[in-house]
Design a protein. Structure first.
Length: 437
């Protein structure tokens, strides 16, 4: 079985090393040896150290490599939307199996890849696109195919989890924790995709598509990052017996008309320390799946890095190679449910709201009245020490309010009205609360 490898960076190099080191075992598992037919790169002459590969295999013509008759499987670890989309569509239409780690492309236009795979009768595998080496996507699309999944909640970005874990452990602010993550190599020079939630949103779209048999794109995912999370937020979470995590949440449920829909969102949230995801620290990933028959399932491990991602890539290569030898094809995309995606305003959640208010009689009643007008029930109220600063004509106090479950639109409208009250100096923090506190 001959492979065309597109890309030879951090992940691609590890794929080459593992293919070399485990060649005998891989051949035994597949029933035929794996050989690299060619490696497409931007610069052929670049120094790649002691990479165990013949330099003659390198090429700057990925499309030409894909079209070769002796190529059986195309492995793509370049990333980005174009030109990767064109390369993979070409390969799949020609009946060549594809293994990709390209979460951005799958989340933006996975439909074009699945359609090309169906047209060419080829396999499309992408375990490495979400949560690195953690076996997650194949269980969702194969092992749990006979069950009904109701909710998927996950920590799927190692950079943000490291930052929030550092803030929780040391009391540092966001900027300090990000600087540490950058120094240790967990954060890119430009961390926008991670800290603003774009990376997690792409993964959330892939997870929702598999879990709910519905084509979900990154544009369908409500996205918020962690740049506004403060040390005070982390301290407040600790006082409640909680921690803050950037969560991807995909849930099945009914809309206002009673039609079955899906809700997909990415945002920071407080979760109680008793929740299985609360103990996921450092740069680890974990995904918590709730299914009707199987119950609660947890998938945990390293979600990024060259070696873990290459492990997932090679697992897919073994699967598609065995299928080709058997003249078989894996189960095709399952998007039969075609459920509508619920807007964020209809998502059911809870809020943790911190307010600087005037310390005088009637304030709590006025604040509670705002919640009542928007039909939002208050679960708990905690008043902080007075003297935090003048608000209006009185001395300041802090109110911390946690709501019961309500539509996000009603909660957001409540916060907007609170900001307009003369007794409220400022709304200092708004965070969602998840996980049964």
């Amino acid at each position: 079985m001959r492979l065309a490898l597109l890309g030879c960076g951090t992940v691609g190099s590890e794929v080459v090393r593992l293919l070399h080191e485990q060649s005998a075992d891989l051949a035994a598992r597949i029933g035929a040896p794996l050989e690299i037919a060619g490696i497409a790169v931007r610069r052929v002459g670049r120094d790649r150290g002691d990479l165990p590969v013949d330099p003659a295999l390198f090429t700057t013509d990925p499309l030409g490599l894909i079209k070769r008759d002796d190529v059986d499987v195309v492995v793509e670890v370049v990333g980005g939307i174009e030109p990767a989309r064109g390369w993979l569509v070409e390969a799949l239409r020609a009946g060549k199996s594809v293994v990709t780690a390209n979460k951005a492309l799958l989340a933006e236009d996975g439909a074009s890849l699945h359609d090309a795979a169906a047209e060419g009768g080829a396999d499309l595998y992408y375990e490495a696109a979400v949560a690195g080496a953690i076996p997650l996507l194949r269980p969702l699309r194969e092992s749990l195919h006979g069950d009904r999944i109701n909710r998927v909640t996950g920590i799927v970005n190692g950079t943000t989890n490291f930052i929030l874990s550092a803030m929780d452990a040391t009391g540092a602010g966001f900027a300090e924790a990000l600087e540490e993550a950058t120094e240790l190599g967990y954060a890119e020079a430009d961390p926008t995709a991670d800290v603003e939630g774009f990376d997690a949103a792409a993964k959330a779209a892939i997870l929702a598509s598999l879990a709910f048999h519905t084509r979900v794109t990154a544009a369908d995912v409500h996205r918020e990052g962690i740049t506004e999370v403060t040390a005070a937020d982390v301290a407040s979470a600790k006082a409640m017996g909680c921690t803050i995590k950037l969560l991807c949440i995909a849930a099945r449920g009914a809309d206002a008309q009673g039609r079955e829909t899906v809700s997909v969102r990415v945002h920071p949230a407080m979760i109680p320390l008793t929740h299985p995801l609360a103990g996921v620290g450092d740069a680890f990933n974990a995904v918590f799946v709730e299914a009707e028959a199987a119950g609660q399932l947890m998938f945990y491990g390293r979600g990024a890095g060259g070696a873990p991602t290459a492990s997932a890539v090679l697992g897919d290569v073994v699967a598609v190679a065995r299928n080709r030898l058997a003249a078989a094809r894996a189960a095709s995309e399952s998007a039969y449910a075609d459920l509508a995606v619920r807007p964020m305003g209809e998502a059911l959640t809870r809020y943790h709201i911190s307010l600087d208010v005037a310390d005088r009689p009637g304030v709590l009643e006025a604040v509670a009245g705002v919640f009542a007008r928007h039909e939002v029930s208050i679960a708990t109220v905690r008043q902080g020490p007075a003297g935090s600063g003048p608000v209006g004509r009185g001395s300041g106090a802090e109110l911390v309010i946690v709501t019961h479950v309500a539509p996000d639109a009603a909660l957001a409208a409540t916060v907007r009205e609170l900001r307009g009250l003369d007794i409220v100096g400022s709304v200092t923090s708004v965070l969602r609360v998840e996980g049964g506190l």
